[in-house]
Design a protein around this ligand. Structure first.
Ligand code: NDP
Ligand code: 8X3
Length: 252
């Protein structure tokens, strides 16, 4: 039984991944800003209740991240796997028309938030001599830049660079570092990107079958379950109808 911390488990990939780890009899620490969603997760997994710890915090607020993580009960501090999944996009806009608040939210969440959580958890692993595993959720947007995706793509390129840097730095501590880089998946991602415009968000996935959160969860389980001597360093996961960030075969 491993202890797995999943950021952004209140929705989408994070929820599905936490659920999959629980069903494989691991202990999960689920996080997110929406307390009611954390409660709903526990409610939906009632029979596994003793294997769930929920922490409500905003990854952008460093003091909050440190306070919440350093104060978890001692028996939960032996974290084996960290899944850095919390993230978002805001807006789809030419660079000259971008909103500062959107840029700041993406940079603060996807880059700085990931760093804040990682630093604490990595140190907890090192202090306890745990042969841990960090799995970052990147994106195809970390491989290519698409029109109007400027800052979101930049944050996911940063996640790619941080993943590579972590792999170098943590080698000495026997901590594996991997990334899963999905293409288009239908979650709350586009609703958040378009600030709650559900109709616009739906259109993103019209005419083809996007990835489902469970597809990503399955890959994360595969990465986590690899034998000790194997690091599945990177998975690029696309819907069959997607060739790259801008080329999608849609039924007309
Ligand atoms: P969702 O919007 O469904 O889930 C995002 C999760 O991140 C939520 O649980 C949300 O929780 C959490 N989150 C966002 N901001 C913060 C914050 N400031 N502090 C704490 N938690 C936060 O989207 P996905 O499941 O699709 O996205 C998960 C990850 O996958 C993201 O990093 C995204 O960039 C990436 N991705 C998504 C793809 C897609 O097509 N959907 C493709 C490739 C990568 P809460 O709101 O409760 O805080
Ligand atoms: C999410 C995938 O193509 O919508 O990272 O940016 S995309």
């Amino acid at each position: 039984m491993k202890t797995v911390l999943i950021t952004g488990a209140t929705s989408g990939f994070g929820w599905a991944t936490a659920s999959s780890f629980l069903l494989q009899n691991h202990r999960v620490i689920i996080t997110g800003r929406r307390q009611e969603r954390l409660n709903a997760f526990i409610q939906q997994h009632k029979s596994y209740q003793e294997n769930i710890l929920s922490l409500c915090f905003d990854v952008r607020v460093r003091e909050e991240v440190e306070k919440k993580l350093y104060n978890i009960p001692e028996e939960w501090k032996k974290i084996d796997i960290l899944i850095n999944n919390a993230g978002l996009s805001r807006g789809l806009t030419e660079i000259q028309n971008g909103e500062y608040s959107d840029w700041e939210e993406m940079i603060d969440t996807n880059i700085k938030g990931l760093l804040y959580v990682s630093k604490v958890v990595v140190n907890m692993m090192i202090e306890r001599d745990i042969e841990g595993h960090i799995i970052n959720v990147g994106s195809t947007a970390g491989h290519e830049v698409y029109p109007k995706g400027n800052v979101y793509c930049a944050t996911k390129h940063a996640v790619d660079a941080i993943t590579k840097g972590m792999r170098l730095d943590l080698l000495a501590h026997n901590i594996k570092v991997s990334t899963i880089d999905p293409g288009m998946a239908e979650t709350e991602f586009s609703i958040v990107r378009f600030h709650g415009d559900i109709e616009r968000a739906k259109k993103v996935y019209e005419g083809f079958e996007p990835l489902r959160p469970e597809d990503i969860a399955e890959c994360i389980l595969f990465i986590a379950n690899a034998p000790k001597h194997v690091n599945v360093a990177q998975i690029l996961l696309l819907p069959s109808a997607q060739a790259n960030t801008v080329t999608v075969k849609r039924k007309v």
